[in-house]
Write a protein that binds this ligand. Sequence first.
Ligand SMILES: Cc1ncc(C[n+]2csc(CCOP(=O)(O)OP(=O)(O)O)c2C)c(N)n1
Ligand code: SF4
Length: 473
Amino acid sequence: MDVAAGAAYSGRRALVTTKQVGMNVLSDSLFYMAYTGLEAGLVVVTADDPGMFSSQNEQDNRHYAKLGKFPMLEPADSQECKDFIVKGIQISEQFDTPVVVRTTMRTSHSKSVVELGGDPAAPGPVGPFTRNMQKYNCMCLWSKKRHPVLEQRLLDLAEFAETYSPNRIDWGDRELGIIASGVVYEYARQVFPNASFLKLGMVYPLPRKKIKQFAEAVKTVLIIEELDPFIEEQVRAMDINAVGKEIFPACDELLPQTIVKLAQEHSLLPPGKQTPTAPRSNDLPGRSPVLCAGCPHRSTFYLLNKMKLPVAGDIGCYILGTLPPFNAQHTMGSMGASIGVLHGMGKSDLPEPAVCTIGDGTFFHAGIPPLLNMVHNQGKGTVIIMDNSTTAMTGHQDHPGRPITRNRNGLWPILKTSPAAFVPSPGTKPRSIWAMYCVSILSCWAVCPKFWETNRTSGDPLSKTGCLKKLRR
Ligand SMILES: Cc1ncc(C[n+]2csc(CCOP(=O)(O)OP(=O)(O)O)c2C)c(N)n1
Ligand code: SF4
């Protein structure tokens, strides 16, 4: 996020993409950017996960818009996903603010026809850096003066939302007026084809006048939204009698068949209406996710299970060490948390030695500050770095320890600067964990075979290293 800030301050447009919990990590920087504004457009795309298909919680990131005071757009289909990025950049430059585009897992994974439009003009050279400390330096002295600017900007954006075309009313039967946004709008349209609709493309700030006009013209206002009553609370605060969360719960996705079922239970639809759903075979066996055959994490978890140690876990493929047959990760919270949790366990004088597991990608992303903190505060425990030379779980992305950007043992130069006892993997006796009573690091290194499989023909420098030659034999 700060890299994007630096670019936007320098006059270059920037885009940041993140999954929903990534907003928690980048919010500190996004919030200061709402105060400073920028020299060129900046858009953040966040993908929420109603239904928790691959996330540790089901947070509703729309709240960030209200908390951080920046506009948020919500596309309903692939065309809008593309259009809202362009519109987001325009709004960002027009109102001098970062803009967040919120998708959900379904919008991100769905495919529909997109009209591309013309190629954007190539960016020209940027001028010298704008030296405007009163705007870009958030020292409280100056930041205090930016707060009223931000409040006025929100009012201006609310006015803009009134005429912003993706906030549109489609009149139908006036008995029922539905307010919806995102992919849920598409579902609701399918379930209630004859109702009147207020479709919101901008979910913060809301077009208050348009909402009032809509509510006054229909008999019942129904708000269908996944997760929290974010729109509903704002609409009710406008003294509009709306129905929403008493029908549609705050947990899980609201798929068309769920909307039909709940609407029937509350007499909004006659019984018997069905929504077409994809056919499913009932005779498929249940399969829980497992570590791949030959995964190097397997042997580490096999030993951890045998040693019956308490293990603070982290996020990556190795989260699967939690499940049978390993049963070897006892906590997992957020990316990089394992080292801090281990630190706390060590400070609690447990009657047994404790360890934590953290992948190399996660270590570089979020593990170094807590490790330094642990060493500085004389913690005790063993940090096991599950080094498979890649960021496997999310698609084998590069990271700073990978040979493509560094030497083969990218972790080592960093670990050697730490005053923790460092035990590299070759010849390591896992039992030595028992003997350690300080911060120790055990690097379990073996390349992820899936990564090797997909990269061996790509000319990636990793495929030329000795480790891979060994693996191939
Ligand atoms: C704050 C945050 N950002 C991103 C993610 C998505 N994420 C899940 S696992 C992972 C990477 C794991 O890589 P690594 O630690 O190297 O473990 P591996 O999968 O290679 O075993 C990422 C980026 C997340 N869960 N939380
Ligand atoms: S992708 Fe790689 S790290 Fe992940 S489970 Fe498979 S072998 Fe293990």
